[in-house]
Design a protein around this ligand. Structure first.
Ligand code: XMP
Length: 503
């Protein structure tokens, strides 16, 4: 019944996720038993095969932290005004300690109670560290809480200085930056305090611990940690010569993984960049790409790539296939490249065109070790940018292709992905700028994606990703192509209206 994966791809027509179904298998295990552990690159394992795309409306530190906490990984985009800006985002992820607020809102001693009230109104904080310069990282001068200002009449807000009402440094309980979270919470409990400022040996504020966080402390059993117990993070660079400066800054910041971001990875620029990184920083894993053919994959694997990124023109915001006339249907691209790369021991990431949970399962079945998502994650709380209201009261966030005019105009680095030179006055966009509806927080959305994929695996009768690859390869897992009418039938249809909530 059905056909093997090799039969399905035996015709020379490009097909993609929506063109086929996987046939059901026999279920003899619960959904929670499905193991999605995977090899992202030769040297990095993930507990969940999910990667957030290096796009300036998708991945900065906040997204990368949330993705890593849930077992995936985030790739910080490279479209910052300076290379230092990107390295700083990497550092935020590497320095992240669960329960520690690493970038607390601070106030200066010479500020007024009015300023404090404004912070309180905007952020709802009840305890604010006072530092010399009013920023985290400054020398700690004191702490001011609601208790210190509750009885000050509003008429005196502007004239009362923080330094006159705060708890000064010598009366303040603090923790040293090496403190363990558990120990910090014990101090808070014992001292009946709400906030514990954490300082370094020079008494500069490093972070803050809040008692309220203790109550909502969560476990993240899938977290992606390095050997030192820090979250793992990747960063994208272009193939431009000056990206070598970014590489050394990213290495200093402790990046685990560099993605060489190019719409067509088979270029002399990429080969040269790959060899440069591998020889200068052998400790960093390098993902090359993008590729869609076996010949492209061979070139980059020969040059030392630890992983490959597959996709050309399949992304939701992409117009590459229409404008450049070049690309490949994503299903075929994943199948062909994965088949070759597996024979070389190099894992591949299916990048772009992941519209929903089922697409993840299909990409993995075609041989991908992980999927990279842009649009699917762009509307989440952790994606960069503010929400705004669209027509009909829908909450939206901006999402744009890195080859859109919008992104290219923002900073020059975005042009490099598409071999566009800064001096070239004739720009050819390869992506569009769009909006995405609010999808809530990654903390809810990614566990939903993981559980959804586990359900898919259970229906196929397969307990783990490695078993899926094996049983697809040897023809045990069966596929079936579907007609356009079958595709319509497979979606919701014939309804007057329906509730679109899914998680
Ligand atoms: P999704 O479908 O997840 O796709 O939104 C994200 C992926 O699309 C690629 N990308 C682009 N491709 N023009 C393109 O042809 C663009 O402007 C563009 N921007 C991003 C990229 O591989 C990303 O991960």
């Amino acid at each position: 019944d059905g056909e093997s994966i090799h039969e399905m791809f035996s015709s020379h027509q490009g097909i993609t996720y929506n063109d086929f179904n996987i046939l059901p298998g026999y279920i003899d295990f619960p959904v929670g038993a499905v193991c999605l552990e995977t090899q992202l690159t030769r040297g990095i394992k993930l507990k969940a095969p999910l990667v957030s795309s290096p796009m300036d409306t998708v991945t900065e530190a906040e997204m990368a932290i949330a993705m890593a906490l849930h077992g995936g990984i985030g790739i910080i985009h490279g479209n910052f005004p300076t290379p230092e800006g990107q390295a700083a985002e990497v550092l935020k992820v590497k320095r992240y300690k669960q329960g520690f607020i690493s970038n607390p809102k601070c106030i200066k001693p010479s500020d007024t109670v009015k300023d404090l009230m404004m912070i309180k109104a905007k952020h709802g904080f009840t305890g604010t560290p006072v530092t010399e310069n009013g920023h985290p990282g400054g020398k700690l001068i004191g702490l001011v809480t609601s208790r210190d200002v509750d009885f000050i009449p509003e008429s005196r807000y502007v004239t009362t200085l923080i330094q006159d009402v705060m708890v000064p440094r010598d009366k303040l309980m603090t923790g040293h930056e090496k403190i363990a979270l558990k120990e910090a919470y014990e101090i808070l409990e014992l001292e009946k305090k709400g906030k514990l400022p954490i300082v370094d040996s020079d008494d500069h504020l490093v972070s803050l611990i809040a008692r309220t966080d203790l109550k909502k402390a969560r476990e993240f059993p899938l977290s992606t940690y390095d050997e030192k117990g820090q979250l793992r993070v990747g960063a994208a660079i272009s193939t431009r010569e000056n990206s070598k400066e970014s590489v050394s800054l990213l290495a200093q910041a402790g990046v685990d993984l560099i993605v060489i971001d190019s719409s067509n990875g088979s270029s002399m620029y990429q080969v040269e960049m790959l060899q440069h990184i591998k020889s200068k920083h052998p400790e960093i894993q390098v993902i090359g790409g993008n590729v869609v053919t076996q010949a492209q994959a061979k070139l980059l694997i020969d040059a030392g790539a630890d992983g490959l990124r597959i996709g050309m023109g399949s992304g939701s915001i992409c117009i590459t296939q229409e404008i450049m006339a070049v690309g490949r249907a994503q299903g075929t691209a994943v199948y062909q490249v994965a088949r070759y790369s597996r024979s070389r021991g190099v894992p591949v990431i299916a990048d772009g065109g992941i519209r929903d949970v089922g697409y993840i399962t299909k990409a993995l079945a075609l041989g991908a070790s992980a999927v990279m998502m842009g649009g699917l994650l762009a509307g989440t709380t952790e994606a960069p940018g503010e929400y705004f209201w669209g027509a009909n009261g829908v909450r939206l966030k901006k999402y744009r292709g890195m080859g859109s005019l919008d992104a290219m105009e923002a900073h020059v680095t975005s042009q490099d992905r598409y071999f566009t030179s800064e001096a070239d006055q004739i720009k050819v966009a390869q992506g569009v700028s769009a909006t995405m509806r609010d999808r809530g927080s990654i903390h809810k959305f990614v566990p939903y994606l993981i559980r959804g994929v586990q359900h898919g695996f259970q229906d196929v009768g397969i307990r783990s990703l490695s078993l899926l690859h094996e049983k697809v390869e040897n023809g045990v897992v069966r596929f079936e192509r579907r007609s356009p009418n079958a595709q319509l039938e497979g979606g919701v249809h014939s309804l007057h209206s329906y509730d679109k909530r899914l998680y």
